[in-house]
Design a binder for this molecule. Sequence first.
Ligand code: AMP
Length: 603
Amino acid sequence: MDPVIGIDLGTTYSAVATLDSGRPLLIPSRAGARLTPSVVGFTAMGERVVGERAQILGDEAPDRVAPATKRFIGKRWSQGLEKAARAVVPYPVLSGPQGEVRIRVAGRVMPLTQVSAMLLGELKLDAEAHFGRPVSKAVITVPANFDEGQRQATREAARIAGLEVLRLLNEPTAAAMAYGLVNSFQGRALVFDLGGGTFDVSVLEMENGVYEVKATGGDPQLGGDDFDARIVQWLVAQVPDLHREAVMKDRVSMQRLRYAAERAKRTLSDQVEAFISVGELGDHQEGAPERYCQLDTALTRDFFQTLAEPLTTRCIDVCRSVLDEAKLTPGDIEAVMLVGGMTRMPLVRQLVTQLFGRQPVTGVNPDEAVALGAAVHAAELVSRQGQTLLIDVATHTMSVGVLGGTVRKLIARNSPVPATARETFLPGRTGQTQARIPVFQGESEFADECTKLGEVVLTDINVVNRAEVPIEVTFELSNEGTLSVRAVDTTTGMAEAIRIEARTTLSTTEVDSLSQEQAAYSQQQAEKDKVLAISTFPRVLDKAERLVRLLEKSAEENPSPEADSAVGQVKALLAQGRVAVKLGDTAQMAEVTRLLERLVALT
Ligand code: AMP
């Protein structure tokens, strides 16, 4: 069977995993790390760097890297968005031809789906190096509160990266699947997922492999970056008056402060005080080093908790409201699962423990749970063995715009998906020949406070009398949150349908050309990886030979059928490995390496 993977495309870190002999397994990056920073950059020579190398480049040259782009993916550009972006990211956000967000990094203007595609492409290459062969099928996770546009953009990024999306899966649901499998947990669970840019909460019932989401909610504008921004504000207030304005206007200085703030925040998860030292603060446009200043200060955990209190309070409020929607109380929850790097903050753990009266469950790394769960689901989708069943809910209310600027709700938030709803509407005015049915997503009663997803237009209708032309509108929401809308003129049977899903942010031509660019890059990298795999494999065989000698010796000293079998297994792998070398078969080499690692872990 072709390998399949689960990808957690996070705001700050991403991860890729697979199912290995029934257990979810995180695939390390080719650089050997478990997580890949979600950062893309370009060196002064124009070379693309992704992940850790981009993060390192960002320390030196913040204007050459693009971190946290997931914050803006699938959104429309607005002045408000631009202003908000200034507070959290080092790059300018611009409007593309369709009003979509693009960014300028290292002098190039890029669509955000291209940036995400570069990250996905890197994870795909990591998985391919792990398996020694191409990988094209993936489950990709998204925050539960991602709307249609954001989900669509994620799919577009996958297309550019050459990945077939088996399904987009909500992050908290994915995490619950990983915790459920690893801890063999059954019962009612709450997933508290505080990442770099978003906050999601889901309540699930987990029973015999059935994962039923009861309610989900969150805050799409609340994440670790906001905690960093609070520290940055406090740091800026300490910059000497003479320099403060220049520092605040300078993107490079602000990014330096952001990096320092993030590091201090992490330190404060383990220690009670963090020392912060940031140099070269000033106007980098003018480039006047003699006017730069230096900031040295210390932040205590207590004071950071005071700075962060409005944010942690918001997290707890969201938990309460999701519990209300699920008609449950904190006491009804039997397991609290923490996901996302920010849940390492002691205050967050403390508040969660207080609210639920129990310690969060352990057993799965909060940074890895989402990717591991995505891998579990990906394996289920291709094998269809029926070991797990997922019943998810609509994460937003879907409505039709009606007269008076209000909306009529057809599918309510937290209804189980897939869902179908049908309602009959009477078009506006007598004499009208066209009916427009606008479709909205959002929780407000008012259309202008919801997001418009699109509209269905029925032409050639003849309204002599309003009551005579009833139009039946049907909404179908798929199990991954994609909406299709159909409208029928019930007098003539004429129908129009839109698949809201069909909306893409970029033109097909641009998507095609970006896909080609990405494919060419991936091919080059894959060839380099192949050469590397072939040149390093002899070391694996050396190790296997040493292992055979060791096992033979111990079998001589303590003879047993098990000892003989261990020797036989390693010898067989060794033989398989030698054949792989002869054939230059990297898939075989990868398989031998994996099996050997597993044997070593067992012995
Ligand atoms: P995620 O999107 O799940 O990768 O979460 C990343 C967020 O978690 C970022 O804002 C990180 O700064 C934050 N984070 C990671 N590790 C820690 C830590 N040890 N203490 C506090 N925050 C952390």
